[in-house]
Design a protein around this ligand. Sequence first.
Ligand SMILES: [Zn+2]
Ligand SMILES: [Zn+2]
Ligand SMILES: [Zn+2]
Length: 279
Amino acid sequence: MKIKFLGTAAAEGWPGIFCDCDMCRRARTLKGKNIRTRSSCLIDDAYLVDYPPDSYMHSIVHDLDFSKLKSIFITHSHGDHFIPQDFELRADTYAHIINKKPLMLYGNTTVYKIFNDTLKNFNLENSVIYNSIEPFKPYKIDHITLLPLPADHAKGEMCFIYVIEKDGKTLLYGHDSGYYSDDTWNELLKHKFDIVILDCTFGPLDKSLGPNEYSQGHMGLYTDIKVKERLIKSGAADENTRFVITHFSHNCGLLHDELEKLAEPEGFITAYDGMEVEV
Ligand SMILES: [Zn+2]
Ligand SMILES: [Zn+2]
Ligand SMILES: [Zn+2]
């Protein structure tokens, strides 16, 4: 399983679109891995997790042909994870798809409502099909098993994290989320992960919560460490499991190299835009 991180920022991007803070200024000057676009991951060139507003730019910068995309798994409706307008451009005349197969979207009912409200006047019948999915139910999609589990993220919406199995490998796509609920943990611990991707929006700032508290809504490095320890202790991960942190906010106070210096000794790979990991 090949995972390519197309974007690794939280909602504002980094530098933040309208932000003039020290972190954003330093990122604008230093560039490189400090420039982060809104988060998504590409799996084996055909499956995307989330469709952020930077997706078109991702396809250009990373030389990707999105006509080859088979499915997109949406985690939740926030604008940095799902922007529906582009999908009208997969209709006939806007897009010429050689294999004629529709692009399949999977996500919760909140995302479906936004998709439907935005695109109801377009005939996408043969171009894009939305599938509403429920937590704790595994879905067979081509050679993938997709298991949505409840995230701890937004009130009034069933936000998902995903367990994705393909070709004998298992991925946890674990954001956006704070520390997981007991129900989610019960399901997670039934799996053995080859790669775990975690929310690190807060960077090192969740340390101030103290050793027995976990960050909610999003995670930071110290909650990520707790998640990693619990997965390893219960046998759901081991020394061969790759742990990756992503979805960073400019408010977290550390640029890429600084974050990496903290995260590497704890066994985490600090994601950057364009990074590839193969498991
Ligand atoms: Zn987000
Ligand atoms: Zn900023
Ligand atoms: Zn969110």
